[in-house]
Design a protein around this ligand. Structure first.
Ligand code: AMP
Ligand code: GLY
Length: 426
């Protein structure tokens, strides 16, 4: 079996790494990949915006399966194009991808199907927005409707900030076209959990629970990033809360989509806030999370390629997915300045030393240059390790991280701390 993976981040490196372990897989290709992925498989260049060219590439490689990492090609309809050409693809079609492509679509969908989420209103001009602000008593979150690479969400501390945010989104200043419409949302409090499920539109198989760390500094301080680290541990969610998430969120979502004539095939990422009233959906993503995928791949048992192909063919069975006991942790090492402007081209040292004791370094923003690996992005590496429990996995991930160095490298020192301090699961 030949598999083509689309994308260039740590998530894609983790998927490539796991796909290569599948028995029937003879070759994995990646477009465009990165410096680390290119050390393991053949990387090809292509314009990810050109869906027809990607389909032609899959045809010319005779790929038996294409796995899509990032959301943009899915929102643009890559799965529809592949299905027209009878090319097996893992990832939802354009109609289903609206769950991530339009935050307003996804909130209205949740409202139609009784899926618990924060209260909200929608607006497309400042005048009604300002009037709406007056009606909201408490703290607010303002979100651009369209894809904005994580930059379109602002948690507003006060009315003044809300007014400024409304203006900067609707004027196009903050995120351009993606901000033509905005959501005003009730601010929820609680702990965030990433709940990912694999589904072929009929059967849904939850992955082990994970937790991301969005803010750049320890103790959840500073601006939001793409994710500074993640861990997987069964103790994140209790069995009863897991069942509630499956009943109130996952089943209602998949059935709601079906009722609207949409078959969801791929990975459905439910970003949850566990509030005092139970789990509520903050957002859906229509693809694997980054960095959640890195610790998940370290714990996943079973044949990933066969599972993703079964989803493409509508034949998913829950027995295909199981988990190693224990835990896993991924620490993201970033470039100086990230999540703002950052430097690139810094030589990375210590990569093989970091893997000496069983850790795995997934590359994100890296490139190969004159036989060396250099930085080429904000999030550079996801240094990952599994262990018999969360303490062991965390210690192993940080021991490996300590062996890596590049100019300006920074990372959070408290990845998994919430899990380590938890007395009982949420
Ligand atoms: P989103 O892209 O919609 O998940 O938002 C990014 C981040 O903003 C989330 O991971 C939360 O940390 C925060 N956030 C989003 N919506 C809310 C909300 N309604 N209440 C509190 N925090 C939120
Ligand atoms: N880790 C958050 C995301 O993948 O969107």
């Amino acid at each position: 079996m030949k598999v083509l993976v689309i994308g260039s981040g740590g998530r894609e490196h983790a998927l490539v790494w796991k796909l290569r372990q599948s028995e029937g897989v003879e070759q994995v290709y990646c477009v465009p990949g990165n410096g680390g992925i290119a050390r393991e498989v053949t990387c090809l260049s292509a314009d990810l915006k050109n869906i027809k060219a990607l389909a032609e590439l899959a045809e010319s490689l005779r790929a038996d399966l294409t796995v899509v990492g990032p959301e943009a090609p899915l929102v643009a309809g890559i799965a529809d194009e592949f299905e027209r050409r009878k090319l097996p693809i893992f990832g939802p079609n354009r109609a289903a991808a609206q769950l991530e492509g339009s935050k307003i679509f996804s909130k209205q969908f949740m409202r139609r199907h009784g899926i618990p989420t924060a209260d909200f209103t929608v607006c497309d001009n400042e005048q009604t927005g300002l009037a709406d602000l007056g009606r909201w008593g408490g703290p607010l979150v303002i979100k651009a409707d369209g894809l904005a690479a994580g930059k379109g969400v602002v948690v507003c501390a006060n009315r003044n900030e809300a007014e400024k945010t409304l203006h900067s989104i609707l004027s196009g200043e903050l995120v351009g076209e993606a901000g033509r419409k905005v959501l005003l949302e009730e601010k929820l409090s609680g702990e965030e959990v990433s709940f990912l499920v694999l589904t072929d539109g009929k059967t849904a198989v939850p992955l082990a629970p994970t937790q991301d760390h969005k803010q750049v500094w320890d103790d959840d301080r500073g601006p939001n990033t793409g994710g500074m680290g993640a861990y997987s541990d069964d103790g994140i969610l209790s069995p009863s809360l897991t069942q509630r998430v499956i009943d109130e969120v996952v089943s209602r979502t998949i059935e709601g989509l079906r009722a609207e004539g949409i078959t969801y095939k791929g990975l459905l990422y439910c970003g949850l806030m566990i509030t005092a009233d139970g789990p509520k959906v903050l957002e859906y993503n229509v693809r694997f999370g980054d960095p959640e995928t890195q610790p998940l791949m370290l714990r996943l048992q079973g044949d990933l390629a066969q599972t993703l192909l079964a989803i493409a063919n509508g034949e998913l069975r829950s027995s295909m997915v199981s988990w190693k006991t224990g835990s896993s942790v991924c620490v993201v090492a970033c470039s100086a300045g990230y999540p703002g402007e950052y430097a690139s081209g810094k030589t990375i040292g210590g990569l093989s030393e970091a893997e000496a004791d069983g850790a795995k370094v997934f590359h994100a923003g890296t490139a190969a240059k004159n036989g060396e690996i250099v930085t080429a992005g904000g999030r550079v590496l996801g240094i990952s390790a599994a262990g018999s429990d969360l303490a062991a996995a965390t210690a192993a991930a940080y021991e490996a991280t300590a062996k890596i160095h590049f100019d300006g490298m920074h990372y959070r020192r408290d990845i998994a701390r919430k899990g380590l301090q938890r007395v009982r699961p949420l």
